[in-house]
Write a protein that binds this ligand. Structure first.
Ligand code: UD1
Length: 493
């Protein structure tokens, strides 16, 4: 944090008390930010920026949380070449976010390695956790972050913070388990469907929590003595509900059984980290997880599992563009539902030590049919990339989306680039065309955005992708990674 920037804001406001009045804080809080190691919470940083009319920016106050705003919100991709070279796969976003929430469960430091530290979603969640009093240190060079929730000083997360990222709801279970109360904004609607959180709430209620929904907030209280173990059967598989209840159950009194639980590798990774923290968990990776609550969890060090969605995205890129990529530090074993149709389509994919070598030389890929399903089925988060790959296939392929109801938003954009895709209900038929043509397109959500990048890599001419901030939520250094593999891609303002 920059003390000089804070001092400048105090000077502009006319003193510590005056600044305090402008941002609804007492002078003591301002004094503590100047004179102790306490950092200005992310929300107050925004209020200070507003109070001094932007003369001191949020980046100057907290560069660790608010990276310098780049006026570059578009990407230019010039299509044509094959992909060749190496790409290092980052730690999984969808595991990292859950581990970060689990840091609330212990008063000791929790160290995460192989962290995708530059992702916007990691930054958002950093802000949410700091609001609760978690001390967070980041060492970007080492891909390491340390979380220390010595004391939970607040149990409130505003809409302003939560709306940016649905995964913020995963603080609910850990907060209730350790702090016994929580007031969290309901996550806003999401471009890929309604995405309710009823299963999270029903599960916590089964563990004895009292939950009220008021003015867009979930207000939850644990019973006297804390959450109680419960036998919970999910009516359908939910990754988020499994995560939230798994974390909550580690500190509950008694045994919790989660039936029809999600089996995603990121949940297994989360469970393994919790076990290092002292949790008692059996059945990870199966649909029945049994957790015996303990009184206290300790600190731990854990390395985040590689990102299978990032890995699969670059596999589809090779399928589309041709060439050979060595994907470093990742595994084939949690991608079998993607690898079999890719092999059927004519690609070669081999694990070599800690790397995966992906090749497509010569012939066009063949059209294949796929269906998204909960793990171990094919991930919905890879559907847009797979569809983009099929746009140039020999013949036709069909994709059925069974997880989210509104996840074909990339289709009109791909069609504008010359793809031949017909959607009927939750299925799409992709008839292979000879080429795609560059166009100006819009990125609508994280995975749809990356689908536009892939299409641009192979399209004739230039593709300009607007609203690429979605990409920065989930793909670390995508421009650098693809450039190293021979792609022509750059950010433009
Ligand atoms: C997680 C992933 C996301 C992925 C999705 C499905 C993270 C941070 N995000 O999202 O990238 O696309 O899994 O693999 O890990 N549902 C309900 N009620 C609930 C919860 C879910 O109806 O209480 C529905 C959803 O609307 C959806 C389905 O269940 O149709 C699956 O959602 P879920 O598995 O919970 O997805 P997320 O955890 O939000």
């Amino acid at each position: 944090m920059s003390i000089q920037a804070l001092e400048k804001a105090i000077e502009i406001a006319g003193g510590q008390s005056a600044l305090g009045r402008l941002i609804d804080r007492d002078q003591k809080a301002i004094w503590a930010w100047i004179n102790t190691t306490q950092k200005v919470p992310a929300e107050d940083v925004i209020k200070i920026e507003e109070a001094v009319d932007g003369k001191v920016t949020r980046h100057e106050l907290r560069p660790d949380v608010y990276p310098k705003v780049k006026p570059m919100d578009k990407m230019r991709v010039t299509g044509g070449g094959k992909l060749n070279g190496s790409i290092k796969i980052s730690g999984a976003k969808n595991a990292a976010l859950k581990h970060m929430c689990a840091s609330l469960l212990t008063d000791e430091p929790f160290i995460l390695q192989n962290m995708p530290t530059t992702l916007r979603d990691v930054n958002f969640l950093t802000q949410v956790l700091e609001q609760f009093g978690v001390d967070i240190k980041k060492d970007a060079d080492k891909n390491e972050m340390t979380f220390h929730a010595k004391e939970i000083t607040s149990d409130f997360a505003s809409y302003e913070l939560v709306r940016k990222m649905r995964a913020s709801i995963l603080v609910l279970g850990p907060l209730l388990a350790r702090h016994h109360t929580a007031e969290i904004s309901l996550p806003g609607g999401c471009a890929i469907g309604g995405r309710p959180i009823d299963l999270h709430l029903k599960g916590l209620e089964a563990m004895g929590a009292k939950i009220k929904l008021e003015e867009g907030y979930v207000k939850a209280t644990a019973p006297k003595g804390g959450l109680k173990g419960a036998d919970i059967t999910f009516p359908f598989v939910s990754v988020g509900a499994t995560d939230n209840l798994l974390m909550a159950a580690t500190l509950a009194d008694g045994v919790t059984i989660l039936r029809n639980a999600a089996r995603e590798p990121e949940i297994v990774d989360q469970g393994e980290a919790l076990i290092k923290m002292g949790a008692k968990i059996e059945g990870l990776g199966t649909s029945e997880i049994r957790i015996t609550g303990v009184k206290k969890l300790n600190g731990a060090t854990h390395s985040v599992v590689p990102d299978r969605i990032e890995t699969g995205t670059y596999m589809c890129a090779v399928g589309l563009c041709g060439g050979e990529l060595r994907l470093q530090n990742t595994r084939t074993n949690f991608l079998s539902a993607l690898i079999s149709p890719l092999r059927e389509a004519g690609m070669s994919i081999e694990q070599e030590g800690d790397d995966i070598v992906v090749r497509r030389n010569g012939a066009k890929i063949k059209g294949v049919d796929i269906m998204t399903e909960a793990y171990p089925g094919l991930a919905t988060d890879l559907q847009a990339q797979f569809m983009t790959m099929l746009t140039l296939c020999d013949g036709a392929g069909m994709i059925s989306e069974t997880i989210f109801e509104n996840r074909f938003m990339h289709v009109p954009e791909l069609c504008r680039m010359g793809a031949n895709i017909t959607v009927k209900g939750n299925s799409a038929i992709i008839r292979g065309v000879d080429k795609l043509k560059g166009a100006e397109v819009m990125a609508t959500d994280l995975r749809a955005s990356v689908a536009m990048v892939l299409a641009g890599l192979v399209a004739e001419g230039e593709t300009i992708i607007n609203r690429i901030y979605h990409l920065d939520r989930g793909y670390e250094n995508i421009v650098e990674k693809l450039t190293n593999a021979g792609a022509k891609i750059e950010r433009i303002s």
